[in-house]
Ligand binder design. Structure first.
Ligand SMILES: *[C@@H]1O[C@H](CO)[C@@H](O)[C@H](O)[C@H]1NC(C)=O
Ligand SMILES: *[C@@H]1O[C@H](CO)[C@@H](O)[C@H](O)[C@H]1NC(C)=O
Ligand SMILES: *[C@@H]1O[C@H](CO)[C@@H](O)[C@H](O)[C@H]1NC(C)=O
Ligand SMILES: *[C@@H]1O[C@H](CO)[C@@H](O)[C@H](O)[C@H]1NC(C)=O
Ligand SMILES: *[C@@H]1O[C@H](CO)[C@@H](O)[C@H](O)[C@H]1NC(C)=O
Length: 610
């Protein structure tokens, strides 16, 4: 190992050789309780990428003890880089709560994650952009291109330290805001590939890929999922916000990366979902998992449940020492400063990069179906607009299958050319947190390590030693073979249904667009943001609870019907509204002055200590 050196130079140009040895993670609380034969091989520490600004990115690399290129059968020589989102959220989320091999017990000791992705590949977690998690910097990134250049600089330094990884097939994976990072990083790697790295594929979970398209998913998704009640007095306000978002998107002079009007749809839905008859900690729907609830307006900031334990663990002196930190740093999940500076107003959205990337590699977009903030419908709407192959937008000629893991149908898979969409059932924003073993199958799918059974695909079940078997769907025991054979082949209605709905929405969007083209453009509102430090995908909580819901709730019923309300009425969404009269479609509620005056409030100040 120590054959490979990395020169770390100080300002005075005194260079000291850093070797892999210096990065070994020798001990962690509880590690010795894990049998050596399954104990992960780990390296962690900082790599300097910009000396002038003291920029050092932190990484943690895990390997199965026997998965070092010699022992794998289904998977060989693959390296996954996992990135969490934010911007500003640490990939230690991924390492300790999602795809990494270790979980933290209540006793603050590590134990094995049975769903570890190290069963299928080596995995590297990187805290970036600089300042995130355990990374250091004096100078924060503001744009995606800049983050991509820094990431590439990191990789080049990393490969100097681990030259054996250069021959491994590289996959970039992550979730949420990493839906922006990953395509940018992939582009940087393939355009500037002085190391001849073989970048094989991208896996993006509940990704934030196109803020405009995805914001328009919130209303239809929330109604369909049922946590937004179409009878709610706030519904008119929600729909009006949806219209304003559409208007902002259609405004050719509005180049905002994330439009304030669109962010506000999300807030208005969370506010509308509030149930003040419930105990305080259940009043708001959890924005990352609508099966769960949280305080208002935290609405999911106190999730995931495992976070407080992980935070305590990562702040233990013994742990920071074991992770070879150059100096102690208080770890928190998401860094407000990183998020504050990262405002990519000069970047195109990563959506625009996908068509070119699809010509060169596989891309899997997956989505836990219970997430709200980057919900599966929003990903389906993104795909609908995506050029999958030259001239082909959306799935036109795709192959659909059910996904079987350990005898259960755990999701649906749709593939066309190099694009795969995977909807994961019963899962939140953080799929590997909820369903670690199932989530590992996502990598089996992108690497085609699957078996096909009529209309289904089966991903393998692994044991802790990495042995695998394919377990088919369990049959009902009280059903005999004959009946089983007569059953018609399974259909996957839901995907088709969603696609149809998305198509309807596209038509609506076009109608609205035509309408708005003739409508005078609105004032540009002042954009003030005060970020919460706790968001997996950051939302700007500038208007938190005081968006004006309460004042407006009473008026809502009496306002003139807007086009969208009318349209929702026609679709059967708008139960409470009157039948649309002729000519109503081109009437719109006036935009009221006070709605753009935000009251700044932080959920941490107001609600953090409950
Ligand atoms: C890799 O595998 C070889 C052969 O099984 C073994 O000797 C070596 O110790 C392994 N290296 C690591 C880092 O686990
Ligand atoms: C490749 O990286 C170098 C060094 O960071 C940079 O100067 C160059 O512009 C990059 N090339 C491309 C095509 O991005
Ligand atoms: C990358 O590949 C090119 C062309 O095959 C070769 O000239 C170059 O030396 C390679 N670079 C490295 C770092 O292996
Ligand atoms: C799909 O990706 C492969 C590389 O993995 C590439 O060779 C192929 O041309 C791509 N297909 C299309 C239709 O672009
Ligand atoms: C998981 O999701 C499927 C499909 O949505 C559903 O039929 C099943 O009941 C769910 N299982 C659980 C345990 O919630």
């Amino acid at each position: 190992m120590s054959r490979y050196f990395l020169l770390a130079c100080t300002l005075a140009l005194q260079c000291v050789a850093a070797s892999q040895e210096d990065y070994i993670v020798k001990d962690l609380p509880g590690l010795s309780n894990i049998p050596a034969v399954v104990r992960p091989v780990m390296h962690a520490g900082h790599l300097e990428i910009d000396e002038e600004h003291n920029t050092e990115l932190f990484f943690w690399r895990f390997q199965n003890p026997k998965n070092n290129g010699t022992h794998q059968t289904l998977h060989r020589n693959e390296l996954i880089v996992w990135l969490n989102g934010g911007p500003g959220c640490s990939s230690m989320d991924g390492a300790m709560m999602e795809t990494g091999p270790l979980r933290v017990s209540d006793k603050l000791e590590v134990e094995l994650n049975p769903g570890s992705w190290t069963q299928v590949a080596d995995i590297l977690f990187v805290d970036q952009p600089a300042g995130t998690g355990f990374s250091y910097t004096d100078s924060y990134d503001t744009e995606l291109k800049q983050a991509a250049q820094h990431f590439w600089q990191f990789l080049k330094t990393y490969y100097q330290l681990f030259p054996e990884d250069r021959t491994k097939k590289l996959y970039l994976a992550g979730e949420s805001y990493a839906g922006q990072y990953i395509p940018y990083f992939a582009k940087e790697i393939i355009e500037n590939n002085s190391l001849n790295i073989s970048l094989e594929g991208l896996l993006i979970g509940n990704g934030w890929i196109d803020p405009d398209i995805q914001s328009l998913s919130y209303v239809p998704f929330s109604l369909e999922a049922g946590f937004l009640d179409r009878q709610s007095p706030s519904m008119a306000q929600v729909l009006k916000q949806h219209e304003k978002c559409q208007q902002a998107i259609d405004d050719p002079s509005n180049h905002d990366f994330e439009k304030v009007e669109c962010v506000k749809i999300f807030h208005s839905i969370l506010a509308a979902s509030r149930d003040e008859t419930k105990p305080a900690k259940e009043q708001c729907v959890n924005m990352y998992d609508y099966r769960k609830h949280d305080y208002f307006p935290a609405c999911g900031s106190n999730w995931p449940e495992g976070l407080p334990t992980v935070t305590k663990f990562l702040n233990l002196d013994a742990v920071q020492k074991a992770l070879n930190l150059k100096s102690a740093k208080r770890w928190h999940e998401c860094d407000g400063k990183v998020e504050f500076f990262f405002q990519p107003e000069h970047s195109v959205k990563s959506f625009d990069l996908l068509p070119k990337l699809l010509e060169k590699m596989k891309i899997a977009l997956f989505a836990g179906d219970k997430d709200i903030i980057c919900n599966h419908k929003s990903i389906e709407m993104v795909i609908e607009k995506l050029q999958i192959t030259p001239g082909q937008f959306g799935f036109t000629n795709s192959r659909k299958s059910g996904w079987i893991y350990d005898g259960q149908e755990v999701g649906e898979v749709e593939t066309q050319s190099n694009l795969t969409y995977i909807k994961v059932f019963n899962s939140s924003h953080m799929v590997p947190y909820d369903l670690p073993e199932v989530s590992r199958g996502l990598f089996d799918i992108i690497t085609n390590s699957i078996e096909k059974r009529s209309t289904d695909i089966v991903t393998p079940v692994y044991d802790s030693r990495g042995n695998y078997k394919f377990v088919e769907e369990k049959q009902d025991t009280d059903q005999n073979e004959e009946e089983e054979k007569e059953k018609p082949p399974k259909h996957h209605h839901s995907l088709t249904f969603y696609v149809a709905e998305v198509a309807i929405l596209a038509v609506l969007a076009y109608l609205l667009y035509s309408f708005y083209k003739s409508f005078a453009k609105s004032r540009k509102s002042a954009f003030l943001s005060l970020s919460s430090k706790k968001k997996k995908k950051q939302v700007h909580w500038f208007d938190e609870s005081d968006i004006g819901m309460d004042q407006e709730a009473g008026e809502a019923d009496h306002k003139p019907k807007s086009m969208l309300e009318s349209v929702f009425n026609k679709l059967g969404y708008g139960g409470q509204y009157d039948t649309v009269q002729d000519g109503r479609d081109i009437e719109m509620a006036p935009v009221e002055e006070h709605e753009d005056q935000f009251i700044i409030q932080s959920d941490e100040e107001e609600f953090g200590h409950r």
